[in-house]
Design a protein around this ligand. Sequence first.
Ligand SMILES: *[C@@H]1O[C@H](CO)[C@@H](O)[C@H](O)[C@H]1NC(C)=O
Ligand SMILES: *[C@@H]1O[C@H](CO)[C@@H](O)[C@H](O)[C@H]1NC(C)=O
Ligand SMILES: *[C@@H]1O[C@H](CO)[C@@H](O)[C@H](O)[C@H]1NC(C)=O
Ligand SMILES: *[C@@H]1O[C@H](CO)[C@@H](O)[C@H](O)[C@H]1NC(C)=O
Ligand SMILES: *[C@@H]1O[C@H](CO)[C@@H](O)[C@H](O)[C@H]1NC(C)=O
Ligand SMILES: *[C@@H]1O[C@H](CO)[C@@H](O)[C@H](O)[C@H]1NC(C)=O
Ligand SMILES: *[C@@H]1O[C@H](CO)[C@@H](O)[C@H](O)[C@H]1NC(C)=O
Ligand SMILES: *[C@@H]1O[C@H](CO)[C@@H](O)[C@H](O)[C@H]1NC(C)=O
Ligand SMILES: *[C@@H]1O[C@H](CO)[C@@H](O)[C@H](O)[C@H]1NC(C)=O
Ligand SMILES: [Zn+2]
Length: 456
Amino acid sequence: MGMFPRMLLGFLWAVSAVAAENGTAPHAPPLLLVSFDGFRADYLQRFPMPNLKLLYSQGVLVDQLTNVFITKTFPNHYSLVTGLYAESHGILASSMYDPVTQKHFSLQNDSDPMWWSAAQPLWLTALDSGYKTAAAMWPGSDVTNRTPTHFFPYNRSVTFGQRLGNVTQWLMGDGKEPGAMFAALYWEEPDQSGHTFGPENTTAMAKVLKEVDDNIGLLMRELNRTGLWGRINLIVTSDHGMAQCSADRLIRLDDCLHPDNYTLVDLTPVAALIPNDSETAFISLSKCHPHMTAYMKKSIPDRLHYRNNVRIQPIILVADEGWTIVKQGNKLPRLGDHGYDNSLPSMHPFLVAAGPSFRRGFRMKSLQSVDVYPLMCRLLSVPAQPNNGSLVRAQCLLAGETCWDVSMVVGLVVGVLLLLSAITVLFRFMRSPRSSGSRPFQRLDILYDDDEPLVP
Ligand SMILES: *[C@@H]1O[C@H](CO)[C@@H](O)[C@H](O)[C@H]1NC(C)=O
Ligand SMILES: *[C@@H]1O[C@H](CO)[C@@H](O)[C@H](O)[C@H]1NC(C)=O
Ligand SMILES: *[C@@H]1O[C@H](CO)[C@@H](O)[C@H](O)[C@H]1NC(C)=O
Ligand SMILES: *[C@@H]1O[C@H](CO)[C@@H](O)[C@H](O)[C@H]1NC(C)=O
Ligand SMILES: *[C@@H]1O[C@H](CO)[C@@H](O)[C@H](O)[C@H]1NC(C)=O
Ligand SMILES: *[C@@H]1O[C@H](CO)[C@@H](O)[C@H](O)[C@H]1NC(C)=O
Ligand SMILES: *[C@@H]1O[C@H](CO)[C@@H](O)[C@H](O)[C@H]1NC(C)=O
Ligand SMILES: *[C@@H]1O[C@H](CO)[C@@H](O)[C@H](O)[C@H]1NC(C)=O
Ligand SMILES: *[C@@H]1O[C@H](CO)[C@@H](O)[C@H](O)[C@H]1NC(C)=O
Ligand SMILES: [Zn+2]
């Protein structure tokens, strides 16, 4: 290496080191990602939520986020921070069995790094880029050797206010140490109440959603108080929705297959089985119940992106919306549940974002949840790991970015083709003197945008 490039590198290093020392990076504002577990998209229309509305009136709203199958908490929280489908990030359910290591995963025993290591969550990528990162109770953030700079061991008794108080401190830094560039904050509601009372219990859901909305108010006040408001980008979203269950909609597995003939890894609403004899078990299970679909692993539909992983068992059973798989008996375990097909609107969460990088008063009908990861990498200017999302779709949410809306692109292409054929016709018409009269040109409606502006 010559003298001059060496000096230039040294200079650049010094500049970036100084900039990093002062707490904020030279270009990107910090990013705070917040998840309220089990916030079904239509709660926003069914309940008042004044603070959340105030938040998105100053930013963007995505009505429905198409999440990943299975629509459970751990798979979807890991997809949000990796941009990967469950089959690619390896967190496939709340209960898993890994045939290679012969280990079992459960919500109570989730901290072995082998479960998480197929993917790199954003808090590690941002660490690699030289930033500090933080997480409060985000699934996977307390796994040994895979933690952000600041984190909590999972403890559901820590209140929202305590989690938030720590997160804002981590974001601000302490004067000597720079603040975190990326922080993730997790809260258990409205999921818990949705399970206990069912999403159709308006009394119970109104109560918990008022609490969630109060927490969003607290979040905005706390960011304002600490001077972070307006300086950071904020994304508020969730992992999945909730469906109403009923004791009238039970599917009893023991009626179809004797428990001696298989090992059960996960039960409802997506069951995972290791049968002793696949052929006979599949025949019994496929005619078990009209509201349950049985799949041999190799025939799980492509659109679910739930096949290419050793942790997916030889047979999976998928219950229809609102149906519950039990082993036997008449007892309904929960009045609300999720995990069902990710094409169901009841399984979709929402997304709201605000901050210096986001458009103001912009609304979008839908987005894929795997698109959130490339969006966050762009916001932080960190290199995105290989993922299943697309920045092209998510870019529409950002201020000062070209928005290649799919309908607009299709409209443009069709428009150009129509124009070209019109010119061809016109050209022929002018060259042939005995042409039979003129045809009127049709008006071309080539552009339309289905995203309406918001009324605050
Ligand atoms: C860092 O902060 C110090 C004092 O607060 C200031 O003098 C200096 O210019 C800052 N450097 C950069 C690159 O912002
Ligand atoms: C938790 O899982 C690990 C393997 O990942 C296993 O070695 C350990 O025994 C399990 N602990 C409990 C309490 O089941
Ligand atoms: C969980 O948090 C509560 C409240 O902050 C605390 O009292 C309790 O000791 C914590 N539990 C563990 C295991 O750390
Ligand atoms: C941080 O969380 C702990 C509980 O783990 C709590 O005792 C403490 O008050 C929190 N800090 C702030 C600033 O809220
Ligand atoms: C709805 O939830 C409330 C608790 O908020 C409970 O008291 C009531 O019994 C529930 N209603 C139904 C129909 O389950
Ligand atoms: C932030 O605080 C200022 C002064 O107290 C207030 O005028 C403003 O409305 C607050 N903004 C938000 C978003 O709470
Ligand atoms: C399951 O295994 C038992 C023997 O334990 C056998 O009698 C039965 O036919 C098998 N098949 C089904 C579908 O239960
Ligand atoms: C099915 O397989 C399990 C585990 O390999 C075994 O314990 C059980 O006896 C088998 N059942 C039958 C009916 O063969
Ligand atoms: C998702 O992304 C991963 C990582 O790039 C890739 O291996 C996988 O094939 C992708 N899945 C699909 C369905 O494209
Ligand atoms: Zn959840």
